[in-house]
Design a protein around this ligand. Structure first.
Ligand SMILES: [Mn+2]
Length: 212
């Protein structure tokens, strides 16, 4: 079969379908509700229970031009681990649902984002294959109420459930708030590019395999 790059006939309606998804994920540790609109305007309603995480999720919405609602009741009396990881998982599930069959998207995206002395590069592939490669040596163990080790857990959760390959490199930075913010902003920009529709690829799944 070599028809992977031939537009299929059933794409016209798929392309006008809203890329919106809602996921409710309940465990004994957390209850997470996520709603996402990949073609949004950057509006966010965020109640993760961790202030600095809300600030980071806001970057995803704002710089990804994604509408994002996140509501979490987590076991923060233990620590932030389950909350941060499960929010990553649930956002990943919502993205996988919203992006659908990936017809017409660019698939790959990358961005470099600075914030004063800090600089990060994020490269994403909506490949269908989970893979996280993250290199960031945070200069502090905590940023506000967020344990910086949990940034990795957030992205691991996202990657596993969104089915993406994600390379995150913090290239420079002294202030941990800046390091983290450049990562989330670059992640948002990279996703925006990867998820936007490429007019020259209308109705085409961007893979020689014919599926992603
Ligand atoms: Mn900030």
């Amino acid at each position: 079969m070599s028809n992977a790059l031939v537009p299929s006939t059933a794409t016209a309606s798929a392309e006008s379908t809203a890329r919106v998804a809602e996921v409710q994920r309940n465990t004994a540790e957390t209850h997470v509700h996520v709603r996402v609109d990949l073609d949004g305007t950057g509006k966010a309603q965020l109640r993760s229970g961790i202030g600095f995480l809300d600030h980071m999720l806001d970057q995803i919405a704002r710089h990804g031009l994604i509408d994002l609602d996140v509501d979490c009741e987590g076991d923060l009396h233990i620590d932030g681990h389950h909350t941060v990881e499960d929010i990553g998982i649930t956002i990943g599930q919502a993205f996988a649902k919203a992006v659908g069959d990936k017809k017409g998207i660019r698939r790959y995206g990358h961005a470099y984002v600075p914030l004063d002395e800090a600089l990060s590069r994020v490269v994403i592939d909506f490949s269908g294959r989970p893979g996280l490669h993250m290199d960031c040596k945070f200069t502090a163990g905590r940023i506000g109420e967020l344990d910086t080790q949990l940034v990795f857990e957030f992205f691991q959760g996202f990657v596993n459930h969104a089915g993406v390959t994600l390379h995150i490199d913090n290239l420079k930075g002294f202030n941990a708030h800046h390091q983290c913010e450049t990562i989330f902003k670059a992640f948002a920009r990279a996703m925006r590019f990867a998820l936007e529709r490429d007019e020259r690829m209308a109705g085409v799944i961007p893979s020689t395999k014919g599926s992603l």
